[in-house]
Design a protein around this ligand. Sequence first.
Ligand SMILES: Cc1cc2nc3c(=O)[nH]c(=O)nc-3n(C[C@H](O)[C@H](O)[C@H](O)COP(=O)(O)O)c2cc1C
Length: 198
Amino acid sequence: MDVLEAMETCTAMRYFTDKPVARTDLEKLIYAATRASNPGNSQGWEFLVIDDQQLKEQIGEVVLEGMAPAFANKPEGMDGVGERMYLGAEHLANNFGSVPAWILGASRKIYPPHAPEDVFMHSTIYPAGQNLIVAARSMNIGTCFTTFHRSAEPIIRKLCNIPDDVHLCLFVAVGYPERRFMPVRRKPVEDVLHWNTF
Ligand SMILES: Cc1cc2nc3c(=O)[nH]c(=O)nc-3n(C[C@H](O)[C@H](O)[C@H](O)COP(=O)(O)O)c2cc1C
């Protein structure tokens, strides 16, 4: 698949079949992630792939508990797209353990070496995450970026034995899609492109 086509149709997938994703394919996704640009080629990223059923269920339980207030207090006046996103997110959290694999994208604060900054820690992992989801799309594997880890981080750190200097940044659901990939809906280029001056 052409890379632009993969980007154009890489919608967040929150509904998955129960077909497992082979570890060789999960490794390919991490390979793609780790080809990304990153500050000074410091490569402070770390990826924790969670495909163990018992662990997924344990994490799913605490995530659901942590996310409950957000799902109970949905913002008023959402449009259809927002409503579907919320419903999808709730479905994903409710079915955490049935998602074939979860990838925790993490980063170490190591750049620049003489005075490491948070901004470089975050900017290390996000391009990698984007590489990962686009590569997945090209393999007909669905993904959804989430920040679900934030709802139960101390417990997840304990369950997965995550070192203190590894900062959790994103939690990506990975599986074969139960729904169709759709074209992403984004602002037209002319709304955001400026030549030389604003
Ligand atoms: C940093 C980041 C965090 C996100 N967190 C969540 C999340 O917690 N739950 C969720 O269902 N989707 C999450 N998303 C997915 C976005 O909601 C989704 O990409 C956006 O609504 C546009 O939809 P589309 O990608 O399907 O076009 C996140 C995306 C990013 C980049």
